[in-house]
Design a protein around this ligand. Structure first.
Ligand code: TPP
Ligand code: MG
Length: 315
């Protein structure tokens, strides 16, 4: 199967995954300039993460930065959600199974208006609404408490099942880490989702090839992950999870209804957007110096400026 990146010759219309699927990006008004807008959003969300680190002095930046482009595109491009009504019955759901990546979701929720950005300055503090792992009882917009790896997939499959039984057409998106796949509980949920034809369930795997203690393949080699999901009866896409166009294309594709759950295997770079930490397992949990944080903040702000300048040129 071709990855979306491999067929990225045409930006307005293309086939992916061997189907006749045509990208709907233009239909949504997302031509090339709007991809830039989405990239600006993701970069602003990264800056929110830097602000959280300024408050706490430490955090799981590696996994947050590899996943944040996907989480940002979900909230700013795809999901039917309302920050003013986080419990809206027919909302789409997002479960961050790999809860340690929560700075990514907090950064996005703040940018989307779920909470005031001043709350970012409480990250890591006692009684904060945004603790080190997500808590649905503390922060509106969080659908499940996660952090103990291996639970989000089953929670999401259960939600998708309940929504189907209640005849709601909401989608359920879930994000797993690639190291997290070593948890056996995932595979029970993978089998059940297929058996019950949960085609409103979409799973992203943040395939950054690293986990807490080094390379995923050295700790527990679960390859070939795509073939395993297919063998369970799932549909699978391979994309670059740090490429907005790839992500948007896959999200468009996820609207098909063919009775199969969809897994999107996202090749990502751990700590993407923080050059000093990219692909470095030491940045799984970062305790930055003041200087390093300021440098990261300046670099991301510059990136936003240059993306905005590019937008103005096109307009
Ligand atoms: C059940 C369980 N076991 C161990 C941990 C400790 N832990 C936290 S993050 C992590 C690595 C997860 O790797 P991956 O899913 O690849 O996420 P990434 O490091 O790429 O963000 C581990 C083992 C945990 N949170 N839960
Ligand atoms: Mg990983």
């Amino acid at each position: 199967m071709k990855s979306i990146s491999q067929v990225q010759g045409c930006r307005s219309e293309k086939d992916i995954a061997g189907s006749n699927f045509k990208i709907k990006s233009d239909q949504f008004g997302y031509g090339l300039p709007n991809m830039t807008e989405l990239e600006i959003k993701a970069t602003k969300c990264r800056l929110n993460v830097i602000r959280m680190l300024q408050s706490s002095g430490h955090g799981h930046i590696g996994g947050a930065f590899s996943a944040i482009d996907i989480v940002s595109a979900l909230y700013f491009y795809k999901m039917r959600v309302d920050p003013k009504d986080p419990q809206m019955e027919n909302r789409d759901r997002f479960i961050l199974s790999a809860g340690h990546k929560c700075m990514a979701q907090y950064g996005v929720l703040a940018e989307k208006g779920y909470f005031d950005k001043s709350i970012l300055d409480t990250y890591g503090k006692l009684h904060s609404m945004i603790p080190g792992h997500p808590d649905m009882h503390k922060l509106p917009g969080i659908e499940a408490n996660t952090g103990a790896l291996g639970h989000g997939m089953a929670i999401a499959a259960g939600m998708a099942m309940a929504l189907k039984l209640n005849k709601l057409n909401s989608k359920v998106y879930v994000m797993l880490g690639d190291g997290e796949l070593a948890e056996g509980s995932n595979w029970e949920a993978v089998a059940a989702a297929s058996k019950f034809g949960l085609d409103k369930l979409v799973v992203f795997i943040d395939n950054n090839e690293l986990q807490i203690s080094g390379k995923v393949v050295d700790v527990m080699d679960m390859r070939p992950v795509d073939k395993k999901f297919r063998a369970f009866g799932w549909e699978v896409l391979n994309i670059n999870g740090n490429n907005i166009f790839d992500i948007v294309s896959a999200l468009d594709y996820s609207d098909r209804t063919n009775g199969k759950p969809l897994m999107i295997l996202c090749k990502t770079t751990k700590s993407k957007g923080l050059p000093m930490g990219e692909n470095d397992p030491e940045f799984h949990f970062w305790k930055p110096s003041k200087e390093d944080l300021e440098k990261a903040g300046r670099m991301l702000s510059k990136r936003i400026e240059s993306l905005q300048a590019g937008l103005e040129e096109v307009v």
